[in-house]
Design a protein around this ligand. Sequence first.
Ligand code: ADP
Ligand code: MG
Length: 508
Amino acid sequence: MGRAVGIDLGTTTSAVAIVGPDGIPTILPNREGERLTPSVVLYQGHDWLVGSSAKQSVADAPDVVQFVKRHMGDRDWAFVTTEGRQLEAEMVSGAILRRIKDDAELVLGEPVTDAVISVPAHFGDPQRKATEDAGEIAGLNVLGLINEPTAAAVSHAVQTGRQGTVLVYDLGGGTFDVTIMDIVERDFRVRSTQGDRNLGGLLWDNALMGYLIGQGHSGGVAEDLMRSPELQERAERAKHTLTTTNEARVPVRVGGRQQIVRVTRTIFEELTRDLLDRTRANVDIALADAGLTADQIDHILLAGGSTRMPMVRDMLGSFFGRPPTPGANPDEAVALGAAVQAAMLAHGSAGYTEMPSAGTPATLTKPDIVIHDVTAHGLGVISFDPATGVHRNHVLLPCNSPIPGCGERRFVTAASGQSVIRLRITEGDDEDVDFVRTIGQARIALPETSGRTPLRVVISLNADAVVYAEVFNDIGNKLGDLEIERGSNLTRVEIDRAAASLRRANLG
Ligand code: ADP
Ligand code: MG
């Protein structure tokens, strides 16, 4: 077996890390010497460029794909190249992962075969399955997935030895997660998790773009300007400037005229206050779900590049009455934690046998970690009552249930002598079928009987929060493992085809 790495496959940037012989996880730089690789892919025939060179071409090359993570697990989305080729999200993510694997091999001088890949805690089954598939397309054996806030907490604890009840606030480019967990020695137990799959730095950029356009031009705001990659880039750069200083000056070309627009940090913060409030609302829910109040949190940990914004730190500081715990690098923590988990899964041990005392970093003798995570979404099955004609969703595993875990429910077939049942497996915490999402369908043939058949349906989540289902009859005999047809994911044939096509590609 080759080496096992941890990969933070981000919406905006990705990173890879490995646990060294000293038991310490470290970031592996890419072939450009960068510690972070932009999650951007330029496609041209058989050539794929990944990372900074692709990012530099966003404004002038047609076939550049970015922010693909937002489309993972969405079968209706594909990037269509100017040649008319369709690239699924798994394929694009597969190219990013392959490039990361190739670069890690260059640095290590050894093959990298296995990986733990991080996912947002709020990712549901389709997105998780799509991430595993992307890993396979890249030629990686995916040892497991790890929730990003959990990974950040693992790296923080391993590096600092701090314990207690921690809240991880993870605001990246595209998504937001908040997770509360108890860290007791080597044991990480998640109490609650909340997230928003469409809340990240990109929305801060968009707010700033709207302002720049409005200021730079009186009247007639062009819709397509909002989609201009060049303006997006300038807005993002101005946002970064406003993290460091109180004012940014941004060149904006509108209607053929170049203008310099001044933006102050105060204006920027006013423009985006509602976004920050949305993150705080999620923090409130996570605290309530964990049964905790703000003063019971021992450490506030930051992950994701957007937590560099002073407004985030100020808000958390006043919410919790003390500033977030300093030290951890918010861009790297997730990959480092994923690397610890990769070492654990690959060797059955990360090489740790004892937790460091506060303030001292881990060494080879530190403890093996144990992660108890939870699911961010309820999981259920839809039933049909022939008497009333009503479909109803039954939540078998509510959100924040420990994973791995399972839930079950007894049903009776709708019709006498029914020979087949069709199960719809859902994600969500509502009884109303309109407020949950069907993540898979499964059919199972029933033994011949005359009356209505009692059945027990068991739905399980494995340690990666990927769903499995089984059906038993009333005397406890298993009628079958259900092969879940995931309408949102690639088929076996499509995965193999994508993997073969990526193997043939020139990746640079
Ligand atoms: P992801 O996990 O989604 O890939 P990252 O954790 O890499 O995201 O964070 C990327 C986001 O962080 C981007 O929106 C980027 O603009 C933002 N970001 C990075 N550095 C800064 C900074 N100094 N000030 C404000 N935002 C920043
Ligand atoms: Mg991230």
